[in-house]
Design a binder for this molecule. Sequence first.
Ligand SMILES: Cc1cc2nc3c(=O)[nH]c(=O)nc-3n(C[C@H](O)[C@H](O)[C@H](O)COP(=O)(O)OP(=O)(O)OC[C@H]3O[C@@H](n4cnc5c(N)ncnc54)[C@H](O)[C@@H]3O)c2cc1C
Length: 481
Amino acid sequence: MPLSSAVVADLRRVLGPEGLVLSPEGRLTYECDMHTLYKGAPDAVALPTRAEEVQAVVRVCRAAGVPIVPRGSGTGLIGGAMAPQGGVMVGLNRMDQILELDLANRCATVQPGLINLWLTHAVRDRGYFFAPDPSSQMVSSIGGNVATNAGGPHCLKYGITTNHVLGLEMVLSDGELVRLGGKVMDAPGYDLRGVAVGSEGTFGLVTAVTVRLLHAAEAVKTLLASFPSIDAAAEAVSAIIAAGIIPTALEMLDEVMIRAIEEGIHAGYPKGAAAVLLIELDGPEAEVEAQGERTAAICRERGALEVRVARDDAERALLWKGRKEAAGAVGRLAPTYLLQDAVVPRSRLPEIMREMMVIARRHSVLIANVFHAGDGNLHPLICYDDRRPEELERARRANEELLHACIALGGTVTGEHGVGLDKAKNLPLQYADADLNFMYRLRRVFDPHAIMNPGKLLPSHPACGEGFRPARPALPEGAWI
Ligand SMILES: Cc1cc2nc3c(=O)[nH]c(=O)nc-3n(C[C@H](O)[C@H](O)[C@H](O)COP(=O)(O)OP(=O)(O)OC[C@H]3O[C@@H](n4cnc5c(N)ncnc54)[C@H](O)[C@@H]3O)c2cc1C
């Protein structure tokens, strides 16, 4: 339902003409995130520059019962920052300042639209960095990272976003601004910071984040090991960790992905290998040296064809360029792809990779793989041509079968990307009704008016049928939305 002229006038009063996008072509830019299968343009896009403006926008929407969808950089892969029910999208990119650098206490307070990598750029000269490093870190926002509890290649050793968030400032659905957590690790009372991280805009709009900064390590070593089979590479992963070594990153790429990267990026990955491991170690010089040798020896014992150590920063950067731009490189293989994000226990990697090959053959689809092998987080890219509906259908079926296979092996339906619209229907594979109802009740504590990012994260009640439930009708206590 389009916005009433009174709502538009109120929003314009808050934001000024430059802060409100109403034109159809302008709104179309915001119709999806990077999961482009799900589309829904908002009725308006609000672009606030201050928390007070966010509060005022929320109050206007709340009074009119209009849904609100927060958006950072729109790099999400879950159908999160899009508006299936219309309403007002609140783009937070203009709030991109570092509010405070407190190096004495090793933390920084930033606005949500700050690009992840910009924070590290701001503190690198002084020997610090911000650890969460989603491969999208050149463009994704810290607010989006918080809302999705983003992971990344280096999270194996350093942990995911929630391990680096000390405090949050959040605007709730009645316009109230609350502070959760603070600068210290252990704030008194309930850990509301903890439940808010990963809430995907369903609890409120994050308007400031206090994050930990870490000291950069004395030494870094990056190795590339190639293997004749996925099994051999997966066994090397388990053996490295069983030896007590926790690399900062332990990434696996399969043959299809290696080919795409080499054709597009020329990162120096060995063509013809069935799998490569990109392994990074950091820490004190002597420790990194010893662990590097031990890691290389383990790879050779597990049948590595070649183990190469990056000689300098330029070579290391090139190896990482291949990894971080892998998804884009797949554009050489197919016009588009479905990117799955599921997890299996690390020890089950060989089994799931074999199962994946069977699924790919059954549905005649090409699957390229790049994933965080160290924590069992798979990212198969299921290729298809979007001009051919039957190819999309086959890709979809393969995608769902793969997810079920992960669950059967003791895994989870989503790893680091979150739930959004895409995985909401899959949550009952993993959670019982009581678990989901508890989550609904928690959601309503933060958002009693049911206007925050409706339709995302939690599935519709089976009794309500498939598809989206309107956000507003009151439901009996304990009912699902
Ligand atoms: C090439 C590529 C590589 C990627 N690699 C990784 C990876 O390694 N690890 C990983 O975890 N993800 C990865 N992603 C996914 C994505 O980049 C992350 O989920 C990222 O955290 C999203 O940030 P964003 O600013 O783009 O958020 P958006 O896509 O704009 O939003 C994501 C969700 O957060 C909500 N949201 C955004 N900002 C706020 C806010 N201020 N307050 C409340 N809610 C908010 C939105 O409503 C939405 O539900 C990758 C994506 C791409 C395209």
